[in-house]
Design a protein around this ligand. Structure first.
Ligand code: ATP
Ligand code: FE
Length: 370
């Protein structure tokens, strides 16, 4: 059977249909990126207007692409948190309306959990529960033990910025967007590409954040502020015009990427050591497994570094295919499938009047704090 997934937590209108074996029947993604980059950031009421204007046609296109009738859907899954409340509301209202009209169950989805479970869609046998997950995205940085849908134990999270957010802000400050090839790219992708062009990759160095703390928390504000300072210093030295870019931007990007990678590895190492302790034995008799997910998991350097680290602990690492790392409707539909597989028919009792949005504040609620 088929599950429809609706994602409107931020600036992408994503609607997709996935079957219970994980085959993607349709995947419609309307990005607002081009619109928002013109204004230097997301304006929530504008994002809401764009979701409203696009959601109906996205739904129609999705059914058409899947070549299905709405009656053939088994359930509607929708992101209810965390995210921009105005944006979430558009998806939730649309999903409620559909579920009522079609008399189908409505499955609420936690956006970060959907990122965490997505890799299972493509590797169901290789990634059995439980597994360790490093969630790295535009709004979050978390390490969690994943027992099943709705059952995550948070080991640590960022105390300030998320890595994707830091990449985006630093890329803007660096003015990478004045280079035509990066004009429409997100900051993380532009920095990854520029870093490959470095001629002196060790020209910039950043201290390791939280190096003395023996836990799984993250901090990216220090790296961000050090970046701003280093860019300003170089701009002064070179007398860079206000619409120009420093000459060794590629070296800078390589240093930044190395700093972020090292921090992510350092914290993931703590989590692995914790999970493998004889008193914890989180993986039981199963093979230790790590999933890296969220938009920053697109980064080949970061993923290769994490994979290398995990391998030293006998742990295999996976990430979703690139097209599913960033926000999309497929991961929401797949989370719906996971809920159906876990709960069987009991989820059909779900009362859709109770499905409502919860803003970012409530996001940790589904995580059982460690
Ligand atoms: P959240 O999931 O926390 O609510 P989000 O949904 O906005 O945040 P995602 O869509 O998962 O975030 O990821 C977007 C982020 O991923 C952006 O900040 C972007 O800079 C980053 N990103 C995308 N591609 C890459 C890459 N190749 N390297 C590093 N970062 C990347
Ligand atoms: Fe996301």
């Amino acid at each position: 059977s088929y599950v429809l997934g609706i994602e409107t937590s931020c600036d992408d209108t994503g609607i997709a249909i996935v079957d219970t074996s994980g085959n993607v029947k349709a995947n419609v993604l309307d990005s607002q990126q081009e619109f928002h980059t013109r204004y230097g950031g997301i304006i929530p009421p504008r994002a809401q207007d764009l979701h409203r204007a696009r959601i109906h046609s996205a739904y129609e296109r999705c059914l058409e692409e899947a070549n299905l009738q709405p009656e053939q859907l088994a359930a509607i899954a929708v992101t209810t948190r965390p995210g921009l409340p105005l944006s979430l509301l558009v998806g939730v209202r649309f999903a409620r309306h559909l579920a009522r009209r079609l008399k189908k169950p409505l499955l609420p989805v936690h956006h970060m959990e959907a990122h965490a479970l997505q890799a299972r869609m493509e590797h169901p046998d290789a990634i059995p529960f439980p597994f360790l997950c490093l969630l790295v995205s535009g709004g979050h940085c978390q390490l969690a033990m994943v027992h099943g849908p709705g059952r995550l134990t948070l080991l640590g999270q960022t105390l300030d910025d998320a890595p994707g957010e830091a990449f985006d802000k630093i890329a803007r400050r660096l003015r990478l967007y004045i280079l035509p090839e990066y004009r429409l790219w997100n900051g993380g992708r532009a920095i990854e590409h520029a870093a490959r062009l470095a001629t002196d990759p060790s020209a910039y160095d950043f201290p390791l954040p939280l190096s003395q703390q023996r836990n799984c928390n993250f901090s990216f504000a220090g790296i961000k502020n050090n970046s701003f300072r280093a860019i300003r210093k170089k701009e002064r030295m070179e007398r860079t015009p206000p619409d120009g870019i420093i000459s060794n931007y590629a070296d800078f990007c390589a240093g930044l990427l190395r700093a972020v990678s090292r921090h992510l590895m350092h914290r993931t190492q703590r989590a692995l050591e914790y999970c493998l302790q004889p008193q914890v034995r989180f993986f039981g008799d199963g093979q230790p497994t790590l999933v890296v997910s969220g938009g920053v998991a697109n980064n080949d350097t970061i993923f290769a570094n994490i994979q290398h680290l995990a391998a030293q602990y006998g742990c295999r690492s996976f990430r979703p295919s690139k097209r599913y790392c960033s926000d999309n409707g497929v991961m929401i539909a797949w989370h719906g499938v996971e809920q159906l597989l876990q709960d069987g028919d009991s989820s059909l009792r779900f009362d859709f009047d109770k499905v409502d949005i919860q803003g970012s504040a409530g996001f940790a609620a589904s995580f059982e704090e460690q």
